[in-house]
Design a protein around this ligand. Sequence first.
Ligand code: SF4
Length: 207
Amino acid sequence: MARYTDAVCRLCRREKMKLFLKGAKCETPACPIERRPYPPGDHGRGRQKETEYMLQLREKQKARRIYGILEGQLRNYYKEATQSKGVTGERLLQLLELRLDNVVYRGGFAESRNQARQVVRHGHVQVNGRRVNIPSFRVKVGDEVAIRQKSSTMIIIRHSVDTLSRSVPEWLSSTFDNLSVRVLDLPSRHQIDIPVAENLIVEFYSK
Ligand code: SF4
C-alpha cells in the first residue's frame, strides 16, 4: 500500500495547525508550527483566497492526514458512511476511529498513529487472541486488542505506556498491566477529539 513518506511536519504546516503526527516532539518547542505557522513552499506566506471549495478540501485533507490514509480509502469510508444509518459525517469519523491502528494509538500503546500502524504491520498486535497485521482492520464493540506477549517488552511500546499523557477515550478501556484495550462502545462525536468539520468533508464528496 502506497503511503506518504515525505516530512510529516509539512502536513501540519500545510493545514496551519498541529495535527500531532509525531508523538512527543509535537508537545515541544521543536515543533515547526511554533516557528513557522504558515504553509511550506515559496508561496506559503502569500494570501490565499478562501473559497467554499478550498475550505471543504482542507477539512478533507486534514482528516486524511490525521488518520494517515490515502484518498481512495477516505472516499471508500465516505461511501460506506452514506449507506449507514445515522449522520453521515459522524459515521465517517466513527469508521476512521474503529481502524485497528487508531485503536492501538488511542489505547496508549503508540506515540502516534504512524507508530501504531508500524506496530500493527510488524505483527505485534492481536485481536481477540489472533494476530492481525492489517492497520485498517475494523474493530467491533466487545473486541479486545492486545499487544502480543512476546512484543510486550519492546522499547517503543513500553515508552508509550510509561509516558502516556493523553487520556484513553471513554469508548475504550485500557489495561496497561497486560497491554490490552477493550472496545466498550462505538465512539460518539463528542468523544472524537479531532479538529475537523466533518460536514465540510461530506459536502466535498457529495458534489
Ligand atoms: Fe505537527 Fe507534531 Fe510536526 Fe508539530 S511536531 S508540525 S504537531 S507533526
